[in-house]
Structure formats: structure tokens, C-alpha cells
Design a protein around this ligand. Structure first.
Ligand code: BG6
Length: 305
């Protein structure tokens, strides 16, 4: 669909479709509650700023690469239908193909409270079929306003159960990684990917003084990012999710990755973000019976502290 067609079929007050970086198409939402940009490649929410906040809540790197088949550093990458490396095929893309595949807009509406809702459906192609040869549908519903809700719905159209791993790999803007903490995962078991995959248990709030790459398992808990620098709390409340991934690359990995940029204070963009990812990974992968659907849903909000 052309941008003109998208605007005439799905445009709303506060929702328009525009061409952006790399020639990609973006849904641009600006309503009374908030502002967001969503790239049709990946159904990737690139940024979200509630009107109550001077700083974005969902962070994107200034050096993010936009282009066909490239994943964007920041925003809300959709990891699907597997999380992390593929279980058996090393050549398959990390975190699945959803974030680099085109999605199609299938609906839009303005809710009674003024929020804007946009619906997307992943468009399967030869590559997605060869990497995940199952009959199934992935849909993403983004509801943007003073809060941000993201729903990822997987429907099994096959005649046998399918298994999926998934995550909404959200990057949050924080003042500084050295002072932010994450609460909600106290006493929860995790797999420490930065320490050889050892199984450990979280004691107290999570604070950061080096690389953290942890998959917390068997947890439906709400998490809160406490940010004394920006004087706010970001709340991450989820359903249909049993895993929470907490990730910061720290300096060495961030420099190797090369797309974090210098950041606002020139101390490295990686210092001003943290990922708290809601999903189903490792032993929490989801089995969906034939003909049924599974929904992962997350509501993000920010409040002063
Ligand atoms: C996290 C993983 O979810 O994503 C990390 O746990 C990974 O191991 C990170 O480095 C970023 O992944 P990518 O593929 O977007 O660079």
C-alpha cells in the first residue's frame, strides 16, 4: 500500500503515515496523551513520549540504522517466533524474523479516551516460511496515549500445537544506568547469560555496575524502573508473559555493537537506556493448541517520584 492509500484508509485525527529513515514507512501518532512513531517494518514502536514527560519513555538510539532488513537499535523490537539465538539453526536471525519483516496495517481507531489504536499483521514471505514452517498469524496492536499498551497475538492456524518464544524487547530512556534500579524481580530465579548461563536468584532490587543480560523465568510480576536522575518511575505491567529479560550491554559490548551513539551527555548512548523485556523464553516458551491464540500484553506508564 502507498502512503497515500494508508492515510486515506487508516488515517485518523492524530494518526498519519509518513516516509522516514531508509525510505521506510512510519505511523506517526500525536494525540492529547502522547506521541509515538511506529515503523511498519517490524511493527516496531520506535519511540513513545507521554505528554506528561519532557523525555521519551521509550528510547531509540540517535545512531539507529533504518533500512530494509535491518533491526533498529531502540524502541520496542518484536522478538518472534523465537527469543535469542534459534535453538538449532545458527544461521537464523537472533530474536526471530518479526522485527525485520514487513507488517501490514489492518486497522486503526480513536478510542473514547482519545487514545489511538493501530493494528498490524506480519506478512509472511518465503524466508519466514522456510524458517518457521507453521500456519500461524502474528498481530500487534499498539494503543498510544498517556500510557502505551502493546499486544502481540499469535494465532495457531495449523492442525497441531505450535511452540513460540517471544518478547517485547523494550528500550527505556533513563537518566543514567549507574543510578537507575529495577524492582519487581526480588527473589526470582534467572539465567545469567553474562555469566555462562548459570542459574541464580535475584536478591534485592537490580542495580547496574557492569553488563547485565538475565532471563528471569517463571515470573508474571510487574516491574518498575526507578530513575532518580529523571525523577520518575516507569511501570511495566504484563499479562501472558512468564519471562522478563533485563539487559544493559555496558561499554565494551555497546562499542562493539556500534549503533548506540554518543548519547545526550557524550558518555555513550548505552548509559541512558535499559531494556526490560516482557516475554516467554527458555522453559517459558508457549505451546499454542491448534486453532487457538495466545496474547502477550504489556502496559507501560510513567509517574513522577
Ligand atoms: C537481549 C539479549 O534480549 O538482546 C542479549 O538477552 C542481546 O543477549 C540483546 O545482546 C540485543 O540483541 P540484538 O540482537 O538486538 O543486538
Amino acid at each position: 500500500m502507498t502512503i497515500a492509500d494508508l492515510n486515506s484508509q487508516y488515517g485518523q485525527p492524530g494518526l498519519s503515515f509518513v516516509e522516514g529513515g531508509g525510505g521506510l514507512t512510519f505511523a506517526e501518532i500525536d494525540n492529547a496523551g502522547g506521541h509515538a512513531r511506529i515503523c511498519l517494518q517490524g511493527a516496531h514502536i520506535v519511540s513513545w513520549t507521554p505528554k506528561s514527560q519532557a523525555e521519551p519513555v521509550v528510547w531509540v538510539s540517535d545512531m539507529a540504522k533504518y533500512g530494509l532488513g535491518k533491526s533498529i537499535r531502540g524502541g520496542v523490537p518484536v522478538c518472534w517466533p523465537w527469543f535469542g539465538p534459534h535453538a538449532t539453526e545458527q544461521g537464523f536471525p537472533g530474536h526471530g524474523f518479526a522485527r525485520t519483516t514487513m507488517w501490514q496495517v489492518t486497522g486503526s481507531e480513536t478510542l473514547a479516551n482519545g487514545d489511538t489504536r493501530v493494528k498490524f499483521m506480519l506478512m509472511p514471505n518465503d524466508q519466514t516460511h522456510s524458517q518457521f514452517p507453521k500456519a500461524c498469524r502474528a498481530e500487534l496492536i499498539a494503543t498510544v496515549g498517556a500510557t502505551l499498551q502493546v499486544e502481540l497475538v499469535t494465532t495457531n492456524l495449523d492442525n497441531e500445537a505450535i511452540e513460540i518464544g517471544e518478547a517485547l524487547h523494550t528500550y527505556f530512556r533513563i537518566g543514567d544506568i549507574g543510578t537507575a534500579t529495577v524492582t519487581g524481580l526480588e527473589n526470582t530465579g534467572y539465567v545469567d547469560k553474562a555469566d555462562g548461563g548459570q542459574h541464580k536468584t535475584q536478591s534485592g532490587a537490580i542495580a547496574f555496575s557492569g553488563e547485565v543480560d538475565r532471563v528471569y523465568v517463571g515470573t508474571a510480576a510487574e516491574c518498575v524502573i526507578v530513575d532518580p536522575d529523571l525523577k520518575r518511575r516507569i511501570r511495566v505491567a504484563k499479562t501472558g508473559s512468564r519471562s522478563t529479560v533485563v539487559w544493559t550491554p555496558w561499554i565494551e559490548k555497546a562499542e562493539k555493537m556500534g549503533d548506540f551513539g554518543p548519547g545526550r551527555n557524550n558518555q555513550g548512548g548505552w548509559r541512558e537506556m535499559v531494556c526490560v523485556e516482557s516475554g516467554n523464553a527458555l522453559d517459558d516458551v508457549v505451546s499454542i493448541p491448534a486453532g487457538e491464540s495466545h496474547t502477550l500484553s504489556v502496559v507501560y506508564s510513567a509517574e513522577p517520584m
